[in-house]
Design a binder for this molecule. Structure first.
Ligand code: SF4
Length: 284
């Protein structure tokens, strides 16, 4: 059950993505998966490289499209555990539509966003998660746009599992990924994963000073969606832990008649010439 491979990540020393890689590898082993039972599908960006750094099936897709590919993989082979991964530019800019619709569709996969509030791969431009006033090469006078509140967005879109963590908290992050993998439905996990090279504002120290652990809030109930929304808003989105989980809602797959039969990838989908001609005649 070793999910490490021989590929050396080319992330900058100190990048938060190293911990996310380690957490995925540990979580997969802890839930008892074998490498051939896991598929990691990623988008484009520094974090998108992660699918090549884990000993599992992997697919490095195109910008903002990790989720359509990941959902297709799961629908074709339900026996695989599927993790989609990418950055905040990937999931909350070009891929926002896929993120929202994947959340409400509730297909049984886990989506991990490495949120560093900047575009790292293209050398430091403002992302949809950058704070107002954030100065980069693309916003030399400071960003005048409000950042997207992604946890509120996920809760509003009907998420059945929402969590957030900080890449230095490997224990919590590993546990949340384990819970996401075993959740029956779409699990959304946003991870603050600092870009040490280009983001000099949202640093490790900044997060340590500003994050609140939900486990430190008396009486917090992760099954209460209204309390989840209120708490997230009160803390300006800067909370970590399991924010919300709905264990009652069936996943997309559970609502499909016949889905419990053999995976599509193993089914014989060939049809007879007679049947083929019959289908074609409907379009003539
Ligand atoms: Fe990580 Fe930033 Fe370096 Fe990219 S540029 S590898 S996000 S530290």
């Amino acid at each position: 059950k070793d999910f490490r491979n021989q590929v050396k990540p080319n992330w900058c020393p100190g990048c938060g993505d190293f911990s996310v890689q380690a957490a995925i590898q540990r979580a997969a082993a802890n839930v008892g998966l074998e490498p051939h039972e896991l598929a990691v599908i990623s988008g484009i960006g520094c974090s998108g490289r992660i699918s090549g750094y884990i000993n599992s099936y992997g697919f490095h897709g195109i910008h903002g499209r990790a989720l359509p590919i990941a959902q297709g993989v799961k629908m074709a082979n339900k026996e695989l555990t599927v993790i989609a991964a990418g950055g905040d530019g990937d999931g909350f800019a070009i891929g926002t539509g896929h993120t929202i619709h994947s959340i409400r569709r509730n297909i049984d996969i886990t989506y991990i966003v490495m949120d560093n509030q900047i575009y790292g791969l293209t050398k430091g431009q403002t992302s949809p998660r950058s704070e107002v006033g954030f100065q980069t090469k693309s916003t030399p006078k400071g960003s005048i746009e409000s950042p997207l509140s992604v946890i509120e967005m996920a809760l509003t879109a009907g998420a059945t599992f929402v969590a957030q963590s900080f890449s230095t908290d490997l224990k919590e992050l590993t546990s949340l990924i384990e819970q996401g993998i075993t959740h029956k439905g779409f699990a959304f996990i946003n991870v603050f994963s600092p870009c040490v090279t280009y983001n000099k504002i949202n640093t490790y120290d900044w997060f340590k000073e500003n994050l609140t652990k939900l486990s430190d809030i008396d009486g917090y109930d992760s099954s209460n969606r209204i309390q989840a929304m209120q708490t997230v808003m009160e803390h300006n989105g800067l909370v970590t832990g399991l924010i919300y989980q709905n264990k009652e809602q069936p996943s997309y797959q559970e609502l499909i008649d016949g889905y419990s039969e053999e995976p599509l990838s193993k089914a014989d989908l060939r049809i007879s010439e007679e049947k083929f001609n019959e289908l074609i005649s409907e379009f003539m």
